[in-house]
Design a binder for this molecule. Structure first.
Ligand code: GLN
Length: 451
């Protein structure tokens, strides 16, 4: 059914970069046969899934949305992909994204943007716009995204879906093409909070192949999503997230959801996290710094594209320059330049060092806020889906989309975005819930009640 629907509507949405028809059907048939033979299969066996094209899949093209990896076929599966296969979930295909997950609109994909199914003149968020649009337009019942600064939660917000960034280390990063290793985290995108909890329990297991993988990841997620009870729960509204710069319709929808939590028995308090005002600036130094280092491996020798210079000698250096010049898009080049500058001798302390200090202050703000509240809440993004072209030539305007999602990545705390109705412009609004490290279950408890 999903493959048929892709044939009918994905021409207009462009959620997928590659579709794995044969393999998905073979897995589905295998699950049917085993179920028919009376085998006891995992709960999600047979449920098809879409995977963001920055997660490597054995023998299936993985591009990270970049020309530099066009036609690149990985020789191995990411750990989370292995877990999906073991759970019997057919992988429908790989979804579109901003190149190397840099962006908030999918307009930076080298393969053309994904369109928001609510209004195809508008962006589906980013970088994981493909996964969110696939789920929103019933091109997949559930999907995998990655979130380094909001790329699961912000696309979920603007497409009316649910997206979860687990605690850092909760899902293995082995086989994720790294953007910023200290921030990257994979997680679920779905249409209901319970669906995300079910998938989170499948992928949230310790992995010795990732040195930052938690040995004892958060549990009780499905139970929490089903609890329906907020008695004794203290909800902190973050003063710094939701004021100036937020669309009035977004704020109104957020306030309405907070009232729903209050009437469901939660105690609502206001908390202040003053360092959050500097989170965006710190992130846009730390992320480019780590990305410039992670992307150094795309050298024209080992992976994907290789371009030889038009003239002059063919040396390692000239091949590297020609390959990277042709293979990377403008946003990727911009961040490599920013990152290498921030890390260079004489500037390191002023830029990268200062950003790391701000990161510590943000972690302290979270610790103080979580002493007053069990979860924190805010709008997920300052606006509803904007139109194509509105921000693509203005990097700072694009970066401002991430103002509410970035603090969670800098501190490693888990976050969930779920729909909180429509704004006065008729477009979906996202409601964000944040919890302390390893307390992912709280996200599902609050989300399950609000849904
Ligand atoms: N918009 C953010 C950025 O461009 C989000 C990135 C992400 O989470 N992958 O960096």
């Amino acid at each position: 059914a999903h493959l048929d629907r892709m044939a009918a509507v994905d021409g207009a949405v462009h959620a997928y970069l590659h579709v794995n028809t044969d393999e998905a059907l073979a897995t589905a048939a295998d699950v049917d046969a085993r179920r028919g033979a009376g085998e006891d299969l995992p709960g999600l066996a047979g449920v098809p899934i879409a995977v963001k094209d920055i997660v490597v899949t054995k023998n299936q093209v993985t591009t990270a949305g970049s020309k530099i990896l066009e036609d690149w076929v990985p020789p191995y599966d990411a750990t989370l992909v292995r877990l999906l296969r073991e759970a019997g979930m057919p992988i429908l295909g790989k979804t579109n994204l901003d190149e190397f997950a840099m962006g908030s609109s999918t307009e930076h994909s080298a393969y053309g943007p994904t369109r928001n199914p609510w209004d195809t003149d508008r962006i589906p968020g980013g970088s994981g716009g493909g996964s969110a649009a696939a789920v929103a337009s019933h091109l997949a019942p559930i999907a995998i995204g990655t979130d380094t600064g909001g790329s699961i939660r912000q696309p979920a917000a603007v497409t009316g879906t649910v997206g979860v960034k687990p605690t850092y280390g909760g899902v293995s990063r082995y086989g994720l093409i790294a953007l910023a290793s200290s921030l990257d985290q994979a997680g679920p995108v779905s249409r209901t909070v319970l669906d995300s909890a079910l998938l989170h329990e499948v992928i949230g297991v310790h992995d010795p192949l990732d040195s930052t993988s938690l040995t004892d990841p958060a549990g009780g997620l499905v139970e929490a999503a089903r609890s329906g009870d907020l008695a004794g729960m203290r909800v902190g509204v973050v003063k710094e997230l939701g004021g100036e710069g937020y669309q009035p319709g977004v704020r109104a929808s957020f306030d309405h959801s907070v009232e729903l939590l209050r009437s469901a028995g939660a105690e609502v308090v206001e908390v202040s996290c003053p360092s959050f005002d500097y989170a965006l600036a710190a992130y846009y130094l730390i992320l480019p710094a780590e990305a410039s280092s992670n992307l150094a491996k795309f050298d024209g020798m080992r992976f994907g594209l290789r371009v030889e210079p038009h003239e002059g000698p063919v040396t390692a250096e000239t091949v590297m320059a020609a390959t990277r010049g042709a293979g990377f898009g403008d946003e990727v080049k911009r961040r490599i330049i920013l990152g290498t500058h921030a890390l260079s001798a004489g500037y390191y302390d002023a830029y990268y060092g200062s950003a790391q200090k701000v990161r510590t202050l943000i972690q302290r703000d979270f610790a103080a806020a979580f002493a007053q509240a069990d979860v924190l809440v805010s709008p997920t993004a300052p606006t509803t889906a904007f139109r194509f072209g509105e921000k693509v030539d203005d990097p700072l305007a694009m970066y401002l989309n991430d103002v509410a999602t970035i603090p969670a990545n800098l501190a490693g705390v888990p976050g969930l975005s779920l729909p909180s109705g429509l704004s006065d412009d008729g477009l979906p609004v996202g409601f964000q819930v944040l919890a302390p490290v390893r307390e992912d279950a709280r996200l599902y408890r609050v989300g399950g009640v609000l849904e």
